[in-house]
Design a protein. Structure first.
Length: 69
């Protein structure tokens, strides 16, 4: 559900039994609709374990050696 507070659009939905009510940080209704869809998609992917792989962090000792070189 999209709604306005002042000039800013907000979205509200429920996912996995939890309510999500966040600002879309835009004055455009279409951009707010896309922001809601993107947020919901991100939640669904993380919930189902379809996350994009992050690069593994470098150990401090290795980063220090690379910096010295």
């Amino acid at each position: 559900m999209l709604y306005r507070r002042g000039k800013t659009w907000w979205y509200k939905f429920e996912f996995a039994g939890l309510p999500f009510r966040e600002s879309a940080k835009t004055k455009s209704k279409e951009l707010a609709r896309r922001a809601e869809r993107t947020r919901r998609q991100g939640l669904e992917e993380s919930y189902n374990g379809i996350l994009h792989e992050r690069p593994k962090p470098i150990l401090f000792a290795v980063a220090g050696e690379e910096w010295v070189e």
